[in-house]
Design a protein around this ligand. Structure first.
Ligand code: OOG
Ligand code: NI
Length: 267
């Protein structure tokens, strides 16, 4: 386990940058040399007892995080929870898992073969949350997974890592709307996820979000390699609740579309 929130997030950020070079460029573009506040990061997994959501969450609970909202994504067969730290400066954490029992027997068989390759002690290891894919997979099995579930395909090749960091637009000095952020990103040549519109959510649900489409990285299969969507960068603008405090939760209908930031072109 990590000894501090800062240490864990620094390790996650460095690991994330190895497959998401555009995040550093965007960080500089939006921050203009000033610090960027990170709203949240997200992780994915399979709901297997060995490696389920709770195994990831344990690392955050140990650092003082608390469980908050729950989210259901029926069509994508996902379940998620978010976690917050009593220190509001600590980024929020969103963890989802694929509900394997709702997937096809073929998908379940391929995923079981991946999970069989994992050492039982991995989830307790300090670097679990940025250990990448702790298994090997053939290109054919990857394609079978991705054809049924983009999430399963991504998870099989990228595994355990922050799949995105999120710029807190509330804290940016040079931008006061998500629209302004999106325009600057497009002007600089970054591709935004337009599933459900470039801006997901609204002031009514107290959260507006947008995201880039994931960068691509070279993935090694047991029988070759391919360039596939890796990780993306998200932008979040939060609105105050009636009590004046900024909303800290997530919005399922928006999250449903954010997941698609790692979709392959065919997906
Ligand atoms: C998480 C998607 C949801 C949000 O902020 O609503 C999300 C993922 O892509 O794993 O990040
Ligand atoms: Ni997010």
């Amino acid at each position: 386990m990590h000894t501090s929130v800062e240490e864990l997030f620094e390790a996650l950020w460095q690991h994330y940058l190895t497959v998401t070079p555009s995040a550093l460029k965007i960080h500089d573009l939006l921050g203009g040399g000033k610090a960027i506040v990170n709203d949240h990061v997200a992780f994915r997994t399979f709901n297997h007892p060995k490696l389920g959501l709770d195994k990831l969450a344990a690392h955050f609970l140990a650092l003082g995080y608390e469980q908050k909202g729950e989210y259901h994504f029926e069509a994508k067969k996902l379940y998620a929870r978010h976690y917050e730290h009593p220190d509001p400066a600590a980024p929020k954490v969103f963890i989802s898992e694929l509900l394997l029992e709702q997937c096809s027997p073929t998908l379940q068989r391929i995923v079981a073969r991946l999970i069989d390759q994992v050492d039982d002690t991995l989830p307790e290891q300090k670097d679990f949350l940025y250990s990448g894919a702790p298994w090997q997979i053939s290109h054919a099995d990857y394609k079978t997974l991705a054809a049924e579930s983009e999430y399963a395909g991504w998870m099989a090749v990228y595994g355990y890592r922050a799949n995105h960091f999120t710029v807190s637009v509330n804290h940016l000095e040079d931008y006061d709307s998500l629209d302004a952020v999106n325009s600057a990103l497009k002007q600089a040549g970054f591709r935004l996820n337009d599933a459900g519109g470039e801006i997901k959510g609204s002031p009514d649900v107290l959260l507006e979000q947008s995201s880039t489409m994931a960068d691509t990285a070279l993935v090694q299969f047991t029988d070759g390699e391919a360039s596939l969507p890796s990780c993306f960068y998200e932008f979040a603008l939060r609105y105050p609740k009636p009590d004046g405090e900024l909303y800290t939760g997530f919005v399922a209908a928006s999250a449903d579309k954010i997941f698609e930031s790692t979709n392959t072109a065919s997906g």
